[in-house]
Design a protein around this ligand. Structure first.
Ligand SMILES: C[S@@+](CC[C@H](N)C(=O)[O-])C[C@H]1O[C@@H](n2cnc3c(N)ncnc32)[C@H](O)[C@@H]1O
Length: 209
């Protein structure tokens, strides 16, 4: 299913469910990642502005533009934020070359085609521009990882029971994608030079490329 169709189904509960399922740790992850950027920033897959909000709290960030492919998410944007929100696909970004200091994404990477995404990032970034990716993954430490996998399974069962079938299926996809992402092996393979920040034992990872 296309992301715009997926988020059309879950946009109303998206942020509430995130906070519930992560015990609000997702806000801490965005806060940590948002501290690492500066200048003119493109928030790719901005959703309702959940990450944008933390980017704007960083004084070194001059301006933020957010793009998202799901109309419903952009429509529900946090209106009090001084950022520009636009409809747009990260595989074909609606910008000219050499524009941004940072392209950042929070919880987008598991939804997209990396080849197209990175190519577009390079095109719209200035010569020394950087890419920051924040993602949920699996912790390193065996015991924590074991219980976290059980927790993910429980969430999967819970969502399949309380939500209509199609919504449950969407959450199943999202939980699966966390397991598949693991510790970001696909990013590590692609880039030799990158900074990695592991947050909360590896429940979340930040990659700076
Ligand atoms: C998990 S949400 C993350 C939203 C927000 N960044 C956050 O921190 O909560 C992923 C977002 O990426 C968007 N998305 C998925 N594929 C996309 C694409 N190809 N281009 C633009 N946005 C996309 C979805 O519509 C959704 O709003």
């Amino acid at each position: 299913m296309k992301p715009e169709e997926r988020y059309k189904k879950i946009y109303k509960i998206y942020d509430y469910f995130n906070s519930f399922a992560s015990f609000s740790l997702d806000r801490w992850w965005r806060f940590r990642a948002g501290k690492l950027v500066k200048g003119f920033v493109l928030d790719a897959g901005c959703g309702k502005g959940e990450f944008t909000e933390f980017l704007l709290k960083n004084r070194e960030v001059k301006k933020v533009i957010g793009i998202d492919v799901a109309r419903e998410m952009v429509k529900e944007k946090k209106k009090y934020l001084s950022a520009i929100f636009m409809l747009g696909d990260v595989h074909k970004m609606p910008f000219k070359e050499n524009k941004f200091d940072f392209v950042v994404s929070a919880f987008l990477y598991r939804n997209i085609e990396p080849d197209k995404f990175f190519k577009e990032c390079r095109r719209v970034l200035k010569g020394d521009g950087r890419i920051l990716i924040l993602e949920m993954g699996l912790p390193d430490f065996f015991i924590i990882r074991f219980f976290y996998l059980i927790y993910l399974k429980l969430l999967e069962v819970l969502t399949s029971l309380i939500f209509p079938k199609d919504l449950g299926q969407e959450y199943k996809f999202l939980f699966n994608s966390i397991r598949e992402f693991n510790k970001g092996e696909s990013i590590k393979k692609r880039f030799k030079k990158l900074k990695i920040l592991k947050i909360n034992f590896g429940f979340a990872y930040v990659f700076i490329i």
